[in-house]
Unconditional design. Structure first.
Length: 364
């Protein structure tokens, strides 16, 4: 075996599995530990995490991974979602996923929903929608639309749809790190987000953004891919896509890698992609520098090519990747059934159309 990692690196990796912000505090209260007790949080909530890792009590064997399923009605799911958005003692989930947005996980089996207990693997993530009067009330709607667009251009394989559980609006997302076998069993697929892959300690949540030196960069992520046997072309395609849709939240924890048992890695399907440029609160700052710049409305196709050159990618290949991605997106915007996304505003669609056209026009 190889050398053991530094304890700080192991802690940073485990930290990357845990919830953030207020949700993290609620989970810590429920487990009677402090929010910064990383190992305590993993012990309490590590039976079903992102990827294939399962954390079991000392002495427990593989048979303890099976867990149990509890049937859930729409009323039950609504109650769980409400509890995730506030703090309701005894009603929080026993699993852990990174992020700030209130969410729960469930398993979907034979058209029925089940709560996952004692380490049973989940198949879907359910995100609680924001209040109707919120400035970001359409975020789950644009996320569903953008995941559909990403699937149409070949950047994702997951499904997402906005639904209601007893009046509670939520986004239902299939997990790309789960596989349903022919006999109906759920298997986990190992993955890590790129903050974990880069060894970033994200207890300071701003560290997942490129805001200064020694923080995540697209070039560093490209190097991780290449060092693991994968060319970074898909990362360039995803970056072009995120700029075109106006996704200002494409930070290191929203880009992940699949880590199969053969030792190679690949870019995970696109997730947590949404339209932000049409919002009044849009900050116009991309999560990562592109060619040393980050003001989204001024970034161009030429900047994408210059960024790719630094990875390095040959100019002709980079141009082809960006051009194919944007032209596919241009077609997808016209072909997508907008009736399936009624809460996505016309100005949101228009912003994506305009930005995609501008990026293509400046690809020189």
């Amino acid at each position: 075996g190889g050398a053991c990692p530094h304890p700080g690196a192991a802690t940073a990796f485990l930290q990357g599995l845990l919830a953030e912000g207020t949700l993290r505090e609620h989970l810590a209260i429920e487990a009677s530990i402090t929010p910064d007790d990383v190992f305590g949080m993993v012990s309490a909530y590590g039976r079903d995490t992102a990827g294939a890792l399962v954390f079991l009590p000392s002495g427990a064997g593989p048979e303890n991974r099976v867990g149990a399923l509890e049937p859930m009605t729409d009323t039950d799911i609504a109650a769980r979602l409400r509890a995730a958005g506030t703090y309701t003692p005894g009603r929080l989930e026993s699993t852990s996923l990174a992020g700030l947005q209130p969410k729960i996980v469930l398993q979907r089996t034979k058209d029925l929903w089940y709560r996952c207990l004692d380490g049973a693997p989940s198949t879907h993530i359910i995100k609680l929608g924001t209040e109707p009067d919120s400035a970001l009330s359409d975020v789950i709607d644009t996320e569903a639309a953008c995941i559909a667009l990403a699937t149409m251009v070949g950047l994702s394989t997951i499904s997402a749809a906005v639904t209601h559980f007893e009046g509670v609006r939520a986004l239902v997302i299939s997990r790309y790190d789960r596989i349903i076998t022919a006999d109906g069993q759920v298997e986990r697929v190992h993955q890590e987000d790129t903050a974990q892959a880069l060894g970033l300690d994200t207890r300071d949540m701003n560290r997942k953004f490129q805001r200064g030196k020694n923080l995540p960069s697209l070039k560093a992520i490209a190097a991780v891919l290449r060092n693991s046997g994968q060319e970074p072309d898909p990362l360039l395609a995803l970056t072009a896509f995120n700029l075109a849709i106006g996704n200002s939240d494409a930070h290191a924890k929203n880009i992940s890698l699949l880590r199969p048992q053969d030792g190679f890695c690949s870019l995970a399907p696109a997730y947590d992609v949404a339209m932000h440029a049409h919002h009044r609160t849009f900050g116009n700052v991309f999560a990562m520098d592109v060619n040393g710049r980050r003001a989204m409305t001024t970034l161009t196709g030429a900047d994408l090519l210059a960024e790719a050159k630094a990875w390095p990618l040959p100019e002709r290949r980079a141009r082809r990747v960006v051009h194919e991605t944007l032209t596919a997106l241009e077609a997808a915007i016209q072909d997508i059934d907008r009736d399936l996304h009624p809460a996505v505003q016309d100005r949101a669609w228009a912003a994506v159309e305009s930005r995609t056209k501008d990026l293509l026009a400046t690809l020189n």
